[in-house]
Ligand binder design. Structure first.
Ligand SMILES: CSC[C@H]1O[C@@H](n2cnc3c(O)ncnc32)[C@H](O)[C@@H]1O
Ligand code: ZN
Length: 442
């Protein structure tokens, strides 16, 4: 570009620090991020931007670190309405005796509308710009994400048993195929297939799920090897580890996201590597339900993609991915018995570019590079609890929590400005949530 060339654009963001995630491990200073429409037009030193860009608005974030929006690869968004309802229980007691009965009683289209909005408000407030959801009435959560302008992978649920959303696998698959048809071209919504777990979905529906994934290109997300009991029980009943059964049925591919994976032996590592399937690590849910420890560093060392998710707010009990990153990094070090395991930069990559890769969208989101979609966040490091700043990446993972996120943009649209949500009416949402609280308590 010659000295006299001036380009006009929408927005200029002047950042004190910038962590683009790509290239890996880099922290830049005093950069200007230029947005035009839904995309990043350029990232240049501020002094260069002064000479070459004229923008409609300029935002000076001189105490902030700017990075790609976070990607929460696993959750059950509407379950935010069940936050704190059943704590201190192991997985199967929690599900069988508390959560599934409550879902049978209360989950409806309105529940999913309000619960999804509650979860989106929390995620946006704490830096998430893309989330994955696996829940009943996915057509409602898809619409809610689209209307709010949040990027979302919406996995329709598939189980053997009847639920509030349908009578069984045939109906789930028919409704799911329609969901995929309706949303596949959307800017924000990525429809996907969500077989619940190996112990709730039999071989026939899993084969149909594979056929649907192959026909449509939709991703598959499944809870897998969540507990030692799941693996032991499967070995007793089928003679196979659940992951091996999934491989035999054709479920595993580079379009598959395996959630939890706390039980991983050499045969599992081989299957994950051979098929290109992704692992979604949910450390806080695994800790709270005492499900087990995912050996994250070992999996990464085998060149298998690991991403991060919160799981639902009923088993976490928050959706703050920055908190999740700190837990992930701490637990990874303890599990590997190595303080160098899961470094701050690697953890940030898990919550951004690696998440994008699992969604098949790493050419579009997950790092801050000119030409990619403008999904980005700013974190204000000026609070005393974040001082002094030697290394912003270290602060983001080890000292921060999501409430320090001040700004976000998705698809170039501002979603959070100085800590205020622009697209969700929070007072109205809180009123609705409290109506649910009264109903569920009674
Ligand atoms: C079929 S919709 C999703 C289904 O999953 C349940 N659920 C929530 N958290 C977990 C978990 O950690 N493991 C297994 N199942 C989980 C949720 O309550 C819905 O019924
Ligand atoms: Zn889950």
């Amino acid at each position: 570009m010659t000295a006299d060339t001036i380009t006009t654009a929408d927005t200029r963001i002047d950042a004190r620090w910038l962590i683009p995630v790509e290239p890996f491990g880099v922290v830049l200073e005093h950069q200007a991020i230029i947005l035009q429409g839904s995309r990043i037009l350029a990232i240049v030193p501020q002094t260069e931007a002064d000479h070459h860009y004229r923008t409609r608005e300029t935002l000076t974030l001189d105490q902030h670190v700017v990075l790609p929006g976070l990607i929460n690869l696993h959750g059950h968004t509407a379950m935010s309405l069940f936050r704190g309802l059943a704590d201190d229980l192991p997985l199967m007691t929690w599900l069988n005796d508390h959560i599934w009965p409550a879902e049978g009683k209360f989950v409806s289209e309105q529940f999913v509308t309000d619960g999804t909005r509650l979860a989106m408000a929390e995620m946006l407030r704490t830096g998430t710009t893309t989330f994955s959801d696996m829940y009943f009435f996915p057509e409602i959560s898809a619409q809610a994400a689209h209307d709010t302008g949040m990027r979302a992978q919406i996995c329709f649920p598939l189980m053997d048993m009847p639920t509030v959303w349908g009578s069984g696998p045939e109906e789930y698959l028919n409704k799911g195929a329609e969901l995929i048809r309706q949303w596949q071209q959307d800017d924000y919504v990525m429809p996907a297939i969500g077989p619940h777990a190996p112990y709730t979905v039999s071989d026939g529906p899993l084969r149909s799920a594979v056929a649907l994934a192959e026909d449509t290109g939709a991703a598959v997300q499944i809870h897998l090897h969540e507990t030692a009991f799941e693996v032991a029980d499967a070995l007793k009943n089928t003679g196979k580890r659940p992951l091996a059964r999934m491989a035999e049925l054709g479920v595993l591919s580079s379009n598959t996201q395996c959630v939890h994976m706390t039980q991983v032996d050499e045969s599992d590592l081989l299957l994950l590597k051979q098929t290109g399937a992704h692992v979604v690590h949910c450390p806080e849910s695994n800790l709270k339900l005492a499900s087990g420890f995912c050996p994250v560093q070992k999996i990464l060392d085998h060149d298998i993609n690991v991403t991060i998710g919160t799981d639902g707010a009923a088993s976490n009990n928050d959706l703050d991915l920055f908190g999740e990153l700190k837990t992930a990094a701490m637990v990874a070090k303890a599990v590997a018995n190595d303080a160098a395991a899961l470094s701050a930069h690697r953890a940030l990559e898990m919550a951004t570019l690696r998440g994008a890769k699992a969604l098949g969208r790493d050419q579009e989101i997950g790092s801050l590079v000119a030409g990619k979609l403008a999904d980005l966040i700013a974190v204000d490091l000026s609070d005393p609890y974040l001082q002094p700043v030697y290394d912003p990446a270290s602060h983001l993972v080890y000292s921060n929590h999501g409430r320090a996120v001040s700004h976000s943009w998705i698809h170039g649209v501002p979603q959070l400005q100085d800590g205020i949500l622009t697209r969700i009416d929070v007072p109205d949402l809180v009123l609705r949530v409290n109506e649910w609280r009264k109903q569920i308590l009674s």
